[in-house]
Design a protein around this ligand. Structure first.
Ligand code: AMP
Length: 384
């Protein structure tokens, strides 16, 4: 018996259950295969990105007790690439198999109010915020937090959906009437210098591996590009690392966690949100690190040791979003230096993440804006 098996780690040949059928599940399954594991995917979609590369698939909804039970019976451990499973669904799975990260952590991250309350409880700064249950609560929140602000749904928001930036009280009232379900959260608008994120893994033995702090650029509310490492002072990057580690420890995480943050113009860092799963801003690690975020994720949930999160190259990751960008695929394949990742989605809808491209640079030699534009060729950054 190997050391890993003696310590209760999953042996090669074991089956990892992944809830969710998108690209995060696909890339997790590919990393798991390299470690000798099979992946079994639970997804409502028969031919989605993860199902295409998985050893087995259960087709079913995330709230379908019969499908969840059948899925759990076929796997050794359960993890997620899709977070929004109901508490009842999570309890059902957790009653049948080990679930990592734990349902408690998913519960915290699923709801902006619990998430922000958790951050406040452990002394991690966020934008000023208030829960808004009704119109009177909105007025009170506006007078406390001020304008401009961002009004957000507490659950199920992603890629900028379920939120509205508001500059006046009238706009806030109009947004309150449209956004659903209530309650909502009103957040002070952060005039950030840049957005940062850290992907951190924590193993079953409590060991932590955190990937370098990266910088994210969004376009129309969707991640467009990640720069690794972040082009910020070392001291700020180190503070972001410390915050991510602190959150992972306070949560008692087993698995992977992405922490999205704002770096204010005055140098303060505020946490925007957390996601206890592989994250789009960690895709660069596939090509720029010996063990990617997906491998770290699989290692953590399988009880394997975590290697250090080493960055052997600098990287720029560019998402391929919607029909316009995936239409460049033939050119991308012919462009020297662009590392292509296609998610296998049949239909390219507007705003849908279809793939990504990574461009590597020597370590500590990320070029400036023009160098990056030249290196990305047909995918060069565009203005807002
Ligand atoms: P979220 O859904 O909270 O991740 O927000 C999506 C994006 O909206 C963030 O990555 C930011 O670019 C922007 N955003 C969200 N909240 C705020 C805020 N309080 N202040 C400024 N920008 C924000």
């Amino acid at each position: 018996m190997s050391g890993a098996e003696a310590s209760g780690a999953l042996p090669p040949g074991a089956t990892i259950g992944i809830v969710g059928g998108g690209q995060l599940g696909r890339m997790s399954a590919m990393a798991a295969a390299r470690l000798g594991y099979r992946c079994h995917v639970l997804t409502p979609e028969a031919d989605g990105p993860a199902a295409q590369v998985a050893a087995a698939v259960t087709i079913g909804g995330y709230e379908d007790a019969e499908a969840l039970t059948r899925f759990a019976a076929a796997v050794d451990v359960v993890t997620f690439e899709f977070e929004n499973v109901s508490a009842a669904g999570l309890d059902l799975l957790a009653g049948l198999r080990p679930v990592h990260p734990s349902p408690r952590i998913l519960g915290i991250s699923q709801d902006r109010i619990t998430e922000k309350s958790f951050m406040a409880g452990i002394g991690v700064p966020t934008a000023p915020w208030a829960a808004v249950h009704d119109v009177a609560g909105l007025e009170a929140a506006l007078s406390r937090i001020g304008l401009p602000a961002v009004l957000k749904t507490t659950r199920l928001g992603y890629d900028g959906r379920g939120q509205a930036r508001v500059a006046t009280a009238e706009e806030a009232r109009a947004a309150f009437a449209i956004l659903a379900p209530h309650p909502l959260v009103l957040e002070g608008f952060v005039d950030f210098a840049c957005e940062l994120s850290v992907v951190v893994a924590r193993g079953q033995d409590g060991g932590i591996a955190a990937f370098d702090t990266v910088e994210n650029r969004h376009r129309a509310g969707i991640l467009d590009m990640t720069f690794a490492p972040a082009r910020v002072p070392e001291e700020a990057a180190a503070r972001a690392q410390a915050l991510a580690r602190r959150i992972a420890e306070a949560l008692g995480l087993v698995g992977l966690l992405a922490v999205e943050m704002f770096l204010d113009r005055d140098g303060a860092i505020r946490v925007n949100e957390i996601a206890p799963r592989p994250h789009n801003s960690g895709h660069w690690t596939i090509d720029a690190c010996p063990a990617s975020q997906f491998e770290m994720h699989i290692r953590a949930i399988a009880g394997l040791p975590l290697p250090p999160a080493i960055r052997h190259s600098d990287a720029v990751m560019k998402n391929l979003v919607g029909p316009e960008e995936i239409a460049l695929w033939p050119m991308i394949l012919g462009a020297p230096g662009l590392i292509p990742h296609h998610y296998g989605k049949a239909e390219a809808r507007a705003g849908r993440k279809m793939g990504h491209v990574t461009r590597l640079f020597p370590r500590d030699a990320l070029p400036g804006q023009f160098g990056i534009a030249a290196a990305l060729g047909c995918l060069a950054p565009r203005d807002e």
